[in-house]
Design a protein around this ligand. Structure first.
Ligand code: R1P
Ligand code: URA
Length: 290
């Protein structure tokens, strides 16, 4: 079925509305970062760059590294932006933009998020790298898609809801696993694994108390003490659950690697977070393209 112009929105040059790129500008392996300034920090390692564009907070560079074609794209902050970027990149790969028809041959994409995050365990130090074996969505995005239950893990969700006494006034938490294939590529003795919790904000939703008190005030303690058969919540950030959920529903693969810039239990923040992010970028590019 073809799509209305208001549904599959294109720019005058035929590129997709927010990401502002055409299908030929997208590699099969895509690195997503939150910060638009981080895009160049990734692509500076490329051997060649073939395409650069930007619109709003979405900056895109496509090029080659060690014989592998890569696109690096910034999503900005939050799962609402992930909804836009992932829907548009999947459309570039799997919808004929001229006719609006879904293509017969599925094109699978691999997504690696290189982000920053706060640790929720005392033993996960600032400046370490955490890979999310799962994304725990406290943001609610996936509930807006029919059939999303199929990619969720109800047993762990129910255990989490009970453990933290999750308020029925908030969207039901959802848990989705990351790609095993990418995990095998990216995990090493240099990385720590755990559940990456995705919040719908940086302050109250992550238990930060400036002038407004978070509800519940002890949200972080509740998350930290959750343990399901040895699986614990390692870190807090704002994109991974939606990345894992949408990628799984669309048939793509995704994994999040996060540089730990804060330890929320110890109250510490990295003294050189940019250096840590650069080290994470170098580590991940090496593992991804070797
Ligand atoms: C908050 O400071 C932002 O940093 C983290 C969070 O997920 C949120 O987007 O990730 P990025 O550094 O990739 O943006
Ligand atoms: N990003 C987050 O979302 N939370 C943190 O604590 C650090 C980075």
């Amino acid at each position: 079925m073809s799509k209305a112009a208001s549904e599959l929105v294109l720019n005058a040059d035929g590129s997709i509305y927010h990401c502002n790129i055409k299908p030929e500008h997208l590699a099969d392996t895509i690195i997503t970062v939150g910060d638009p300034n981080r895009v160049e920090k990734v692509s500076r390692h490329f051997d060649t760059i073939e395409h650069i564009t930007s619109k709003r907070e979405i900056v895109t560079h496509t090029g080659m590294l060690n014989g592998k074609r890569l696109t690096v794209i910034s999503t900005g902050m939050g799962t609402d932006n992930i909804d836009i970027v992932f829907s548009e990149l999947d459309a570039l790969a799997n919808i004929d933009l001229e006719t609006g028809e879904i293509k017969k041959d599925f094109r699978k994409l691999s997504f690696v998020r290189l982000g920053t995050s706060g640790a929720l365990q005392e033993d996960i130090p600032v400046d370490s790298f955490v890979i999310g074996s799962h994304g725990l969505g406290l943001d609610g995005l996936l509930h807006y898609y029919v059939g999303s239950e199929a990619v969720m893990n109800k047993e762990i969700e129910d255990a989490f809801i009970k453990h933290v006494d999750w308020s029925p006034n908030k969207a039901r938490p959802y848990l989705v696993g990351g790609s095993e294939t990418l995990l095998n590529k990216l995990a090493s003795e240099k990385t720590i694994q755990g559940i990456t919790a995705t919040a719908c904000g940086f302050y109250g939703p992550q238990g930060r108390f400036l002038r407004l008190q978070p509800n519940p005030a002890d949200i972080n303690e509740r998350l930290t003490s959750f343990n399901h058969n040895g699986l614990r919540i390692s870190n807090f950030e704002m994109e991974t659950s939606a990345i894992y959920g949408l990628a799984a529903m669309m048939g793509h693969e995704a994994l999040s690697v996060n540089a730990i810039v804060a330890n929320r239990i110890l109250g510490e923040f990295s003294t050189d977070s940019y250096k840590t992010v650069d080290a994470m970028i170098e580590y991940s590019l090496e593992r991804l393209t070797k």
